[in-house]
Design a binder for this molecule. Structure first.
Ligand SMILES: Cc1cc2nc3c(=O)[nH]c(=O)nc-3n(C[C@H](O)[C@H](O)[C@H](O)COP(=O)(O)OP(=O)(O)OC[C@H]3O[C@@H](n4cnc5c(N)ncnc54)[C@H](O)[C@@H]3O)c2cc1C
Length: 444
């Protein structure tokens, strides 16, 4: 190993990278052996870098746990360190996302003490292996060598899902908000503007909460295929262990899920408790399906899964209800085919119909990770079942394009979803980080 070769390089500096670092340090890896490459504040990533006070966690305080042996760690920290009287609801405490980001930063600082982690402010644009080492080329023209690499690049920020024709005007850049995740552009929206939201999921609800919070008076049009938002979180509790049938096929799984769910509203405690009882086993079932079966299942259930997987904080749904009561919100069913920007913004839908407004916000949540795409093009990694990311095995090793797995290239976080199932929530990512750190330290 040359002096400049690190033992472990982590690509990405968000929540997964921070929790991997914490668990590696706790298992005795010396901080000087690790390098982290990413452009942000360690631990915050796309979800918790936000500046908007209206963006809240979509789970209650006992759920985003970093340490499996201490699930209430965040809840206790929040009680002491967060001053947010509006966090309390009948379904638990739903804190601001930036406060959770502060918690992760503090955990990292506490774990490091006076040590300084090597955090390179850059993005990795290329990764290859030569002479038993991995080489990471960055967009700042620096190359880093490492023995092992953990990919933790998260959900890529959303990009426009259709062509955008920008007939340049002085105001046009402000009329298009491509990614609202940080929330900095929402403050400049005037109260009487007509706003179009592209997509009807949790990001759209975040934007709605921010607009209501800043006193929006204008009409909001939500463009999406169904007139449905994720429901409000209830105070659910897992009480029963589902009696899973043997030899499940995707069709049998769908039937079983239907039979387990009660005919009650999706925002009721009883429905959400039954739904959450199903979740712990689903990743294992997903991993047993073939690539073909996973694609069928995703096609049939993907949208439903995204709708009910997390649900929204009560504060956020209350904002939506306020808009509904004021007749300030409208669903426009369809998918955008083209966006044209001039004095106003015009959206052409798939069926040829059009609508217009003063501004459009992209709430689709769909982006593209250029590094993962490059690993597939360069035949370093194999695409996953859904063709959206690279494949990993159950122990997080990246699958080689030529078959088998790399022994020293790993991936954790949302991009493992196609291979491992529902790995999006903070708690499931932290669990992956913990298990990975056990494997890495056991090898030594
Ligand atoms: C807007 C939003 C809100 C969410 N809210 C919740 C919530 O309330 N509760 C919950 O449980 N989960 C939530 N999630 C789910 C979220 O996936 C996880 O909580 C978690 O933050 C993901 O962590 P991560 O490290 O994988 O990704 P991130 O935290 O996003 O970190 C990835 C980091 O990698 C960097 N990066 C990307 N590519 C490269 C590269 N090539 N080189 C170097 N760095 C790179 C990015 O800049 C980013 O900082 C939310 C997600 C989003 C996007």
């Amino acid at each position: 190993m040359t002096q400049d070769t690190k033992e472990i390089a982590i690509i990405g500096d968000g929540f997964a990278a921070a929790t991997a670092l914490i668990h590696l340090l706790r298992r005795g890896i010396h901080f000087s052996k690790i390098v982290i490459i990413g452009p942000g504040v360690l631990g915050k990533g796309n979800a918790y870098t936000c500046i908007s006070p209206f963006f809240r966690l979509n789970v209650r305080e006992d759920l985003p746990s970093v340490f499996s042996e201490d699930p209430l760690h965040f809840a206790r920290w929040a009680e002491v360190h967060i001053d947010d009287p509006e966090a309390q609801t009948d379904a638990g405490y739903f804190y601001r996302r930036y406060d959770f980001g502060r918690y992760i930063s503090e955990l990292v600082s506490k774990e490091l003490g006076s040590d300084q982690i090597d955090h390179i402010d850059a993005k990795v644009s290329n990764l290859y292996k030569a002479n038993e080492h991995w080489y990471l080329e960055t967009d700042k023209l620096k190359t880093i060598a490492a023995q092992q690499v953990i990919i933790a690049t998260g959900n890529p920020p959303p990009i426009w899902p259709c062509a955008v024709q920008n007939i340049q005007t002085a105001t046009s850049p402000l009329q298009l908000i491509e990614s609202p995740w940080v929330g900095q552009d929402l403050g400049s929206i005037h109260a009487h503007e007509e706003i179009m939201l592209l997509g009807g999921g949790l990001t759209a609800l975040d934007v709605i909460n921010a607009l209501v919070g800043q006193g929006h008076q204008g009409l909001i049009k939500v463009i999406c295929p169904r007139a449905l938002f994720p429901p409000m979180q209830a105070l659910w509790k897992r009480e029963r262990q589902p009696d899973w049938p043997k030899n499940l096929s995707p069709a049998k799984l769908v039937r079983f899920i239907r039979s387990h769910l009660p005919s009650a509203p999706t925002d009721s405690v009883v429905w959400q408790s039954a739904w959450e009882e199903l979740r712990p086993n689903l990743n294992m079932i997903w991993q047993q399906f073939s690539y073909f079966q996973r694609r069928i299942l995703f096609k049939r259930l993907g949208w439903l899964w995204s709708l009910y997987r997390f649900r929204a904080s009560p504060q956020t749904i209350n904002s939506y209800r306020k808009l509904e009561a004021n007749k300030q919100i409208q669903f426009v069913l369809g998918r955008a085919k083209r966006i044209e920007v001039a004095q106003t913004v015009r959206v052409v839908l798939g069926d040829g119909s059009t609508l217009s407004g003063d501004r459009i916000v992209n709430c689709t949540g769909v982006g593209r990770d250029p590094l993962l795409s490059k690993l597939i093009t360069d035949q370093i990694a194999r695409p996953d079942a859904l063709g959206k990311s690279i494949a990993v095995a159950g122990d997080y090793r990246v699958s080689k394009a030529s078959g088998g797995e790399w022994k020293d290239l790993w991936m954790i976080g949302p991009p493992t979803m196609g291979s491992l199932g529902d790995v999006i929530a903070a708690s499931s990512i932290a669990k992956q980080a913990e298990q990975l750190s056990i494997q890495i330290t056991a090898k030594q």
